[in-house]
Design a protein around this ligand. Structure first.
Ligand SMILES: [Ca+2]
Ligand SMILES: [Ca+2]
Length: 229
């Protein structure tokens, strides 16, 4: 009987340690953001869903309510990965992530297949349903030029998004990305990350979105110089 009681106590303590909380994220992707899309029902605007291409037709892989897949991570002060998950990003920029209830603070890191990754400007306490809104104001992101203004909300406040164009996920937008775009022009399908605008195929409409960032050598930064993604 004593053994059984001990097992129950141990199991209960494991269950307590396994508690989770919901991280409410909000962010936009420049390539998918629809200009002038803010409205009373979507005050900061909407994104197009990134399309796949099957049998000559564009399709939604995850349903029309989702814009794209993002990787969400929690990183400690040395930028070591504590938690990592693939998540679906809604077209309104929201994403709810179930994370362990760590009861301590971590940086929030987000990346997408063809945009510059971003860190939160500060570590965020992971407990009691934390929130992190990269869409506005701009200072939620680490590094003053981590995001680009893509529009305004219904109150005329700026709305920010991750920079498009980091097709090879190097942390820079440069000629390497442009070369991938050039070499995959007219290819269709989600596997072709040069499809910046998410219409399902790689074409000139994609290049027109990110070409400015190739010229400027747009980059991003992380809080840990020696351990960036
Ligand atoms: Ca790159
Ligand atoms: Ca495209």
């Amino acid at each position: 009987m004593k053994k059984l009681l001990l097992i129950v106590i141990i199991m209960s303590s494991i269950a307590i340690k396994a508690q989770v909380t919901t991280l409410s994220l909000k962010l936009y992707l420049e390539g998918l953001y629809i200009p002038n899309s803010s409205s009373s029902s979507n005050p900061t605007g909407l994104m197009n869903p990134a399309q796949d291409y099957v049998n000559g037709n564009p399709i939604n892989n995850w349903g029309p309510e989702y814009a794209d897949i993002i990787t969400v991570e929690l990183r400690d002060n040395s930028c070591n990965v504590i938690f990592s998950s693939y998540e679906k990003l809604f077209t309104d920029g929201t994403c709810n992530v179930t994370v362990p209830d760590y009861q301590t603070s971590y940086f929030i890191f987000v990346k997408n297949r063809n945009h510059l990754w971003v860190f939160s400007s500060n570590s965020v306490f992971i407990g009691n349903n934390p929130m992190c809104d990269f869409s506005q104001p701009n200072n939620m992101a680490y590094y003053s030029d981590a995001q680009i203004q893509v529009g305004v909300d219904i109150n005329n406040n700026p709305v920010y998004a991750l920079y498009s164009g980091d097709i090879d996920q190097s942390g820079w937008v440069d000629s390497s990305d442009w070369n991938i775009w050039d070499n995959t022009q007219n290819y269709c399908g989600y596997s072709y990350s040069a499809d910046i605008d998410g219409d399902g195929c790689v074409g000139s409409s994609d290049e027109s979105i990110f070409s400015t960032w190739v010229t400027s050598g747009q980059t991003t930064q992380c809080p840990c110089n020696n351990n960036c993604p």
